[in-house]
Write a protein that binds this ligand. Structure first.
Ligand code: AMP
Ligand code: ZN
Length: 455
């Protein structure tokens, strides 16, 4: 089998074939650094991570670029509200973003492109669009993309073109809008006093770029005119990705991205996450509820990326328990002895991932393997380490602790073993509970052996 992924452009599962053999040019939409990212955003970044790790696991060399939107409507608004410079506010949230990425063990991109470093490339692209007749200037010095000039507009989201024609005279200046408002959109926004000191000079006059042109220009600058994969959350489909496709394809005259991949949203208690509903979570909120923040990543991996994930405190705690349980199993099978990855399990794990990143099936395969005592501990441990290269749950950090155990605990453990040998399981459980009350746990090993751990 080979990797198959759902392509939002064709709306079907397709075999993945890169432009250049073994190499993947990948652009994913990154954060707008005007605030701390929420758990929904991190579902998008976890999806990016699992895709990248899967591609590397399958032998591809991935060149991944993620943008940092450090100038747009939201960042400017926030800098005004907080009475700080745009640079200060975006640098603050960029560094929080990187801390959060690291806490979830998400592999860094090869490049994080800051929009403000690519203004020249944006101006060049807008000039090309003007020259080719895909854009026009307005009296106030703004530049708009003329969507009626691009016959393929709306291919991702099946935009109703009759709606567009009805609105043919209309333009939209804000970065975000609904599908019902499909209109000519801003490539360059003429200076407005609300922009404060945020502006650049350009051949079209003083102003700033629209949000959508940022990604088109940065993807081209870093990865070239046609890329293999472009991704983001489903909300990015319209208008952001539709507009990126229109700008890039009209300016460059070639296809923009061969595959578009979109993750579904996180809901909280089955509702859209929003501050006004009081069901809004950031990573630090989640972190205070679990013993390990990677439980959130585990939870995300239990649901296919194209399905909505309903986040509840219970589901998070269940994921935390499962991860704790997994760690117990690892301590049990941990050995210094070198094993080798079990081929049959590695191949079913790989097949699950090749099937449009079926992470929940991949996790199920991992659990089957870890419990399969027909294989040696050393081989199971080696298999797990290979699998974790994709799962990224930092399982290689789990080692049995060399704990000092008092003689009382050892006596209780020995009494429990004796009771077990005599098939007096009720009595054995009483000893186990006593050990637990004292803060320790017994892990049973083959041949009547056991380990005492501190969970
Ligand atoms: P933003 O910083 O708003 O541009 O969003 C960053 C990424 O998070 C984008 O790819 C969005 O599509 C994605 N995203 C936003 N909200 C959610 C959500 N509730 N669930 C999953 N992904 C989301
Ligand atoms: Zn983007």
């Amino acid at each position: 089998m080979a990797l198959e992924i759902y392509n939002s452009l064709t709306k079907q599962i397709e075999k993945f074939t890169p432009i250049e053999e073994n190499k993947v040019k990948y652009y994913s939409c990154g954060p707008t650094v005007y605030d701390t990212a929420h758990i929904g955003n991190f579902r998008a970044y976890i999806t990016v991570d699992i895709l990248k790790r899967t591609l590397s696991f399958l032998g591809y060399n991935v060149d991944h670029v993620m943008n940092l939107t450090d100038v747009d409507d939201k960042t400017i608004k926030r800098s005004i509200v907080e009475n700080t410079s745009l640079k200060d506010i975006t640098e603050k949230y960029t560094s929080i973003f990187f801390e959060d990425l690291d806490s979830l063990n998400l592999i860094r991109a090869n490049d994080y492109t800051k929009a403000t470093d690519y203004i020249d490339q944006m101006i060049d692209m807008i000039s090309t669009l003007l020259d080719k007749g895909f854009a026009y200037k307005t009296d106030d010095g703004s530049v708009y993309f003329d969507i009626s000039s691009y016959k393929d507009y709306g291919q991702l989201t099946n935009v109703d073109m009759s709606q567009m024609l009805a609105n043919a005279q209309n333009r939209i200046k804000s970065d975000e809008y609904e599908k019902e408002q499909v209109e000519d959109f801003a490539l360059w926004k003429s200076y407005d006093k609300d922009d404060g000191d945020v502006f650049w000079d350009s051949p079209f006059g003083k102003g700033r770029p629209g949000w959508h042109i940022e990604c088109s220009a940065m993807a081209k600058a870093k990865l070239g005119e046609t890329i293999d994969i472009h991704s983001g959350g489903v909300d990015n489909k319209f208008p952001h990705h539709e507009n990126e496709i229109a700008q890039s394809e009209c300016a460059n005259g070639v296809k923009f991205a061969n595959y578009f991949l979109h993750n579904e949203h996180i809901l909280v208690d089955n509702k859209k996450m929003s501050k006004s509903l009081g069901n809004f979570y950031r990573l630090e909120d989640v972190s205070s509820m679990v013993s390990d923040i990677l439980a959130f990543k585990y939870l995300v991996l239990t649901t296919h990326y194209r399905k909505q994930l309903n986040f509840t405190k219970d589901s998070l705690l269940a994921a935390d328990n499962t991860l704790t349980n997994l760690k117990k199993h690892i301590r049990e099978i941990y050995t210094e002895e070198k094993g080798s990855a079990i081929a049959s399990y590695m191949s079913s794990f790989k097949e699950a991932l090749e099937s449009d990143l079926n992470t929940s099936l991949a996790l199920a395969k991992m659990w089957d393997m870890i419990k399969d005592t027909a294989h040696t501990s050393a081989d199971r441990y080696a298999t797990l380490m290979e699998m974790d290269k994709v799962l990224g749950l930092r399982l290689d950090h789990i080692k049995p602790e060399n704990i000092e155990v008092s003689q009382d605990i050892i006596d209780l453990a020995e009494s429990r073993l004796e009771a077990k040998k005599n098939k007096n399981y009720e009595q054995a459980d009483v000893f186990r509970d006593k050990i637990k009350e004292l803060g320790y746990e017994i892990l049973d090993l083959p041949d009547d052996k056991y380990k005492i751990i501190k969970p």
